[in-house]
Structure formats: structure tokens, C-alpha cells
Design a protein around this ligand. Sequence first.
Ligand code: FAD
Length: 535
Amino acid sequence: MTTATTRDLDAIVVGAGFAGLYMLHRLRSLGLTVRAFEAGSGVGGTWFWNRYPGARCDVESMEYSYQFSDELQQDWQWTERYSSQPEILRYLNHVADRFDLRGDIQLETRVESAVYDEESARWTVRTSDGGQWSARYFIMATGCLSSTNLPKFPGQDTFRGQTFHTGRWPHEGVDFSGKRVAVIGTGSSAVQAIPLIAEEAEHLYVFQRTPNFSIPARNHPLDPAEVARIKKDYAELRSRAAGMPFGFNTRSEEVAALDVSEQERLAEYERRWESGGLPFLGAFSDLITSREANDTAADFVRAKIREIVRDREVADLLTPRTVLGCKRLCSDTHYYETFNRPNVTLIDVTSRPIEALTPGGLTAGGVEYEVDAIVFATGFDAMTGALLAVDIRGRDGLALRQKWSEGPRTYLGLATAGFPNLFFITGPGSPSVLSNMVPSIEQHVNWISACIAYLRSSGKSSIEPNRDAENAWALHVNEIADATLYPTCNSWYIGANIPGKPRVFMPYLGFPEYVEKADAIAANGYEGFELSAQK
Ligand code: FAD
């Protein structure tokens, strides 16, 4: 039953980043009535929010972009190997205009709750503007890295200076010139922002909990001849990438590090260090499965850090002891070099924990650091944060927060038992953050669209996974992860950055295998799902 104030739709999409925009486009092409709700005041998701200095992608732009429209990928001109945030945001705005999506996107509106009604097999969705909507399909395109993590320190409200989170950066930019600045965190965002803030600030204090491995990005303007060559047969690049473990061209090798001589290994690492970026991890086939192999790559980077950073003690603090790639590998422009600057101080918060914020700055290890601004580069409540921020209730009023209290449970990362017609784009249990996310998003959107088209053409009202399939999937995701080194460190892949978050390894490792399985399940009549007849 819907009330007079409830508006009916076929589908609701939450979020208007890469995922929400494409989902909206596909569902409209199927002839559905759809509305996308976006909390931000513009489209773009990650690229709308993360405007910190140096923000850019670290998968090459020619691959970190949609492939669903050949006209789009032919027309759009990326200017750099790794595009900057403003350029990616321009691209996503172009997509919104080109496919005429804006009319069905409601900005500055947060979806707050969604309740499933078994009688009608529909979702009732409430939004922050007081709206109430009813839809058959409810699709979370809320992003894996959109719910910011802001640690609480005593005295937080007493600090008189400015505070920023890299994932909620002011649109007008920030001028740090002449300012003393603290950056808290040394993950991917910090690694990009620190060199640029250091150039501007009077003094920069970097508060580091765990050092991270970073490979020079070697960003450069794109050569038009190279772009033309790719565009001549874009499909070839895309299909090669689809066969790679992470869904982008990591130039992964079949050869194991331990099967070649030390000289050959070092030569390959050097080549990859020089060509730059995340493909470093593709140097040998056993880098993420064998600790001994991984040590050879990790030692290479550790030696580079010692070569670059002049102060022995600082170099030592910046040197990760963990497995290379186990936490998200970073990619930088002059990150380690920045610590040679006289205006940059590194503070190790393992030995000197941050105790409090004070009116004039912050104290760590009993020392007060006077600063004018604090930048929290403290990342996100990854993968589940934005999903659980919405109060989602499935069959029998079961809350998703309750169901996932011990960690997320999904089938294919696309759906969860007890929540019919609820779909996640790049949900936990799918390749998501362990892949080039744009092709992963497109693959999920295509799968969901085909599924909805099938439901409609076969007179079914709902689909949801059965618990056996879901349990088997959880075991499968874990088995794959356990055969690698990924679960061996405290990364956000297992929720370790959020106090109290259940430790579950969330992403699915292996893009090609995943796609094959998801396709086979659909081809076998949605094996492992329960489909109900039309209401
Ligand atoms: P998002 O872009 O996060 O969009 C989700 C949107 O949903 C947000 O705008 C949010 O406001 C909205 N939303 C969430 N909850 C609600 C709600 N309840 N109501 C209304 N709206 C809501 N991935 C790569 O593969 N390669 C890269 O190089 C890369 N670089 C990155 C760099 C940075 C700085 C960051 C933070 C992430 C990066 N990523 C990268 C991951 C990136 O998040 C994805 O590639 C991609 O942009 C995700 O798109 P999305 O649409 O799924 O989610």
C-alpha cells in the first residue's frame, strides 16, 4: 500500500558517481522509471568529494574510464597518463550531460532508510528532504570509499585552526601558504597530497601510524600518437585488461620471482620502478602468494626509500615492514623526496601516539605541535560504511546492520539473502577495490540490468540469494584470500582501520574468474538465487 505522498518508481539508485550514473543510464534504456539520489551537490562521487591537492587516479586514464559507449571513449580526450581530480570530474559531468541523466538525479538528498514490503514486493525509501518513494528495485551505488573515517581525539572541538578531511575537501581549495600544517595519515590520499602541501606550507608535520609502500607514478602528458594507437583498437586494450587479475593492464608476468636469478629480478623491479605505478606488483606471478617472493620486491622498494631519503632515522620510519601490496599499494609524485625538505617533519605515532587536539595544535608523545590547520587523511569506512549508513530493512523487518553485525555476507557481492531486489554495485565479496573499479562497476551494472530485464520478461517480482549459496560464496572469497598474503596485515580490506569493525576480508581476488562465475550463474537461470512470481 502506498500513501498519497509516496511516489512510485520502478527503481531507485543511491549515488551518482561512476556506478550510479551508468546504472541510471542502463535502467532508463530498459524503459524503467528511475530516480537517483545523491547526497552531494553535484555528480561524480569520489571525484566530486576528493578535491585535495594532488588527487588523481592511479589506474591509467585510458583504462580508468567507461567502455560502454565506444563513441564516448573515442570522443573523450584524456590529457595525462593519470588524470587529475578536476579532469575526471569534468568527464563525469560530461557523461551526465551526454546521456541526458540530470533530469532523473536528485542532488543534495540523502537516502536515509529503505524498508521492504513483502506483500507488494516493493521497497519504501525515505530521503533527507522528507520524501517517500516506492520502488521495486533498490540499488546501492553508494561507493566503496565514500564514507569518511574521522577519528575522534580528546579536545577535538577546542582546536582553533582549520580542519579538513581529504575526502570532503572544500570546493574553493585551501591556501596553505605561510601556514603550519599537520597531516594525519599516510595512505593513498596522503601520499598524493603531502608533496604539494609541503611545497606550500611554512611547515608540515606528517603523523604516521604505518608506513606504506609507494611506487613513483611517473605521470606525464599523454602522447597523442599513443592515444590514437589505442583508440584505433580500444576493444583490444579493454579485452586484454579484462583478462588481468585486477582488471587493468598490470602487464602481469607468468614467471615466478623465485624462479629467476637475483639479477633478473632486480632488473625487472628496476624496469617497473622506472615505468612507474601499480603495475610494479605484476612483476612476478608469486608476489602476492609467497612471502619469500614478496620480500624480494619489498626489499627492492625499501632500498629505494633508503636511497632517496637522506636522514637515516626518517628513512627507517618511512620503511614498511609489511608485505608489499598487502595494504593498498600507493603511487606518488615525489613522496619520499618530500621528507628531505627542511620544512617537513615526520612523527611516528606508534611510539608517540596523538594524545589530544589543543587550541593551538595537537600533542603527541607529550610534545605539543603548534599548527594552523589539520588535514585528516584518515581514509574511509571502506566497502560497508555507506551501505550500513542507510537503515535498510528486508524480510521480517531484518536490519542489514543486524545481519552484517559479524561482517558483510553477500552472494557475488551483488545481493544478500533476506533482502529481495536489493542490489549492491561493487559490494563486499566482489572484486571492487582490488580491481580497476570502472570496469568492475560496468560489469555489475550490466549484470544487474540483465537480471532486471530477465525478471520483467519472465514475470518474476523478486530475486534474492539463498543462504546456502551465500554461505558458500563467503567461504569461496575467504579461501581465495587465504591462499594469498592479503589477510596478513591490518588493512582496510579487512576493516582494520575502523575500531570495532568486524575483521572480514571483503574484496574478491581475481577479476576474470569473478566475471566468469557471475556470468555462469546468470546463464544457469540465476543459480543460487530464489526468484518469486509476479505480485
Ligand atoms: P562513489 O564515487 O564513491 O560515489 C558514491 C556516491 O554515493 C557518493 O557521491 C555519495 O555521496 C553517494 N551516497 C552515498 N550514500 C548515499 C546516501 N545514503 N544517499 C545519497 N547519496 C549517497 N579506483 C580505481 O579503480 N582506480 C583509481 O585510480 C582510484 N583512485 C581513487 C582515488 C581516490 C582519492 C579515491 C577516494 C578513490 C579512488 N578509487 C579508484 C576508488 C573510487 O572510489 C572508484 O574508482 C569509483 O570512483 C567509485 O565510484 P562509485 O560510483 O561506485 O562510488
